[in-house]
Design a protein around this ligand. Structure first.
Ligand code: NAD
Length: 492
């Protein structure tokens, strides 16, 4: 069963669909998606659960989240196996990155729930005491993508419920497994029925209904920029708050004083991570001309040594992409670049032999491409890195910013002034210096420009999921207060 509503698994009442194992091409399971009645049922459950959950003390909610972290930890091996089976990502990624990262996030929000911030209460006007209440806002509708299904479930659910909201999450229809397991673990940890609900279905049917739902006060979305724009439009009908984590096209800027060996390792790890299906993945390397040859040669060498294979094996570095359709889309970008004169220094094809049935694609390095070409400007979302040379520091930073996106970026240099300049001038929600990819629960993740707005993780994300209320209490007991003279002077 692929819906988790009001504390229990239910069968969806929408269309039937088959989920394919991307690493083999075989049908893995048959799903029954949610229809709009299922979404209504989940929203109603979340609405009922809101008042009691929001009135629990932060300490009580924190305790529930700590129990959830322990429950997820007990189930970590099963979660990792399902995450790998549904996405095709390597078991090392699931075991060492996705699952423990989310468990750490759960513990973090258990602590953060007790630390909501606001201005100190005080007398900002004579005779009036002001205080701030930071309040949960209600039922949150969240929609998540397929690339990091479990992490995205955590990033959406945890700050929302830590702050006292309840939630209906619609994971990607391709990867509902670990989101459902998340809700099941929460129920086992004693989180009350209706606080976390999962509806599995397509964006068009379940997703749109959730966004338009009048009882949902906020839509929190992670996915592509195109769908994010549509969600903003739909949310306007009910004037919902929206939080959008959208696409990325991260630059990777290598200045001429950088350590080439470190930059090359960083570029390979940063571009092939999760099959390159990572919104912060390094996708556009800009390398100052004196280092260009050495950097691209070394990246190509390292890419050639990456083990592509069965995602379930510990020896595999790179598993399959999410689907055959997506693999063909990635291959299409590379083929069109090749046809326009690009040189492919590594990869550039799907592996043959026993991997041919799966949605695999080799780590790929593409050079001799124009800055305005589609492979440099659009999200490929595969293990594909382009590299372009630049001359002056100004050029490197200009090229880095020359994109509609602004999610993440890195600069590689040992010069303090250059690293400070890059961290100031690159327009992105995260700038790494001499590294690319690491995230941590205490620090925010979120975009600039067409990569969206609002923050996931960190105490900042709690601001997305709370309303700030000003309460002002007058100590002036006179019937006609002095300030009222400005409006009307009492005659007697
Ligand atoms: P997508 O936009 O196609 O789908 C994301 C989710 O939206 C899915 O659950 C889908 O069912 C739903 N959806 C689709 N159409 C909808 C509609 N009309 N109304 C409501 N919901 C709808 O994205 P994807 O292909 O699943 O994921 C890849 C994208 O996600 C990439 O663009 C990637 O950069 C982005 N992403 C961003 C972040 C971030 O933090 N900024 C993180 C991960 C992924």
């Amino acid at each position: 069963m692929h819906q988790f509503i009001d504390g229990q698994y239910r069968e969806g009442r929408g269309e039937e669909a088959k989920r394919v194992n991307p690493a083999t091409g075989e049908v893995a399971e048959t799903l029954r998606y949610a229809n709009t009645d299922d979404v209504d049922m989940a929203v109603a459950a979340a609405k009922r659960a809101f008042t009691p959950w929001s009135r629990m003390t932060p300490g009580e909610r924190s305790d529930a989240l700590l129990k959830l972290a322990a429950e997820l930890d007990r189930r970590a091996a099963d979660l990792a196996a399902v995450e790998t089976a549904q996405t095709g990502k390597s078991i090392r990624m699931s075991t060492e990155f996705d699952i423990p990262g989310t468990i750490d996030n759960t513990s973090f929000f258990a602590g953060a729930a007790r630390q909501l911030q606001g201005l100190a209460a005080g007398e900002y006007l004579a005779g009036q005491t002001s205080m701030i209440r930071r309040e949960p806002i209600g039922v949150i509708g969240s929609i998540s993508p397929w690339n990091y299904p479990f992490q995205m479930a955590g990033w959406k659910i945890l700050p929302a419920i830590a702050a006292g909201n309840t939630i209906v999450l619609k994971p990607s229809e391709l990867t509902p497994g670990t989101s459902l397991m998340f809700a099941e673990a929460a129920a086992a940890a004693g989180i009350p029925d209706g606080v976390i609900n999962i509806v599995t279905g397509t964006g068009r049917a379940a997703g749109e209904h959730l966004v338009r739902h009048p009882d949902v006060v906020m839509t929190s979305f992670t996915g592509s920029t195109a769908v994010g724009r549509r969600i903003m439009e739909m949310a306007s009908a009910t004037a919902k708050r929206v939080h959008l984590e959208l696409g990325g096209k991260a630059p990777f800027v290598v200045f001429d004083d950088a350590d080439v060996e470190a930059a090359a390792h960083g570029a390979v790890a940063g571009s092939i991570i999760n099959g390159g299906q990572d919104c912060t993945a390094a996708t556009r390397a800009y390398v100052q001309r004196p280092l260009f040859e050495a950097f691209t040669q070394r990246v190509a060498e390292l890419m050639a040594g990456v083990t592509v294979g069965d995602p379930a094996l510990d020896s595999t570095d790179l598993g399959s992409l999410i689907s055959h359709q997506h693999r063909d889309k990635v291959a299409g970008f590379v083929e069109r670049a090749r046809a326009s004169g690009a040189r492919i220094l590594a990869g550039g094809k799907a592996p043959s032999g026993e991997l041919a049935a799966g949605a695999f694609y080799e780590p790929t390095l593409v050079v001799d491409v124009a800055q305005d070409s589609e492979i440099v400007q659009e999200e490929v979302f595969g293990p594909v890195l382009t590299a372009l040379p630049f001359d002056s520091d100004d050029d490197g930073l200009r090229l880095a910013n020359d994109t509609q996106y602004g999610l993440a970026a890195s600069a590689w240099t040992n010069d303090l002034a250059k690293s400070l300049r890059a961290s100031e001038e690159i327009q992105a929600g995260c700038v790494w210096i001499n590294d690319h990819i690491p995230v941590v629960s205490e620090m925010p993740h979120g975009g600039y420009k067409a990569s969206g707005f609002g923050k996931d993780m960190s105490a900042y994300s709690l601001e997305e999921y709370t309303n700030v209320k000003h309460v002002m209490m007058s100590r002036d007991k006179t019937a006609h207060k002095e300030w009222q003279d400005t409006v009307f002077r009492a005659k007697s």
